[in-house]
Write a protein that binds this ligand. Structure first.
Ligand SMILES: [Zn+2]
Length: 119
């Protein structure tokens, strides 16, 4: 039996282990495999809401003509009404808020209908 090239004292084995570690170098940015999970479908966009019936002609408060925007909104006194923007923002008349219980904003579209755009 031929003699071993190196004494089998365990050192060369350990060195081999260190060389193995030295070869294990990070290879830069590694792409992490993405788990195959179905993406959560986005909720469908809300369907547009248009003002029903004939468009209001005048602000219920100041009686100025409604042009391209009005608010169907609650007033500080409680009742709801058609308000122009200045009246809606006037703290003596409107609440200046939109949303359930406060009001909705409608904007005239190119086809002449009023689309709910806020609230
Ligand atoms: Zn007004």
């Amino acid at each position: 039996m031929a003699p071993l090239p190196f004494p089998d004292d365990g050192i060369s084995t350990r060195n081999e282990g260190l060389r193995s570690l030295a070869r294990y170098e990070p290879q830069g940015e590694q792409e992490v495999p993405t788990p195959n999970i179905e993406p959560t479908p986005a909720p469908p966009p809300p369907s547009p809401v248009y003002w029903c019936g004939p468009a209001p002609e005048r602000c219920d408060s100041c009686r100025l003509a409604v042009r391209d925007r009005f608010f169907d909104a609650r007033t500080v006194k409680g009742p709801w009404g058609i308000l122009c923007w200045p009246c809606h923002e006037n703290p003596a008349i409107g609440l200046g808020k939109l949303g359930p219980g406060f009001g909705q904003q409608y904007d005239r579209q190119p086809d002449g209908r009023f689309l709910k755009t806020a609230g």
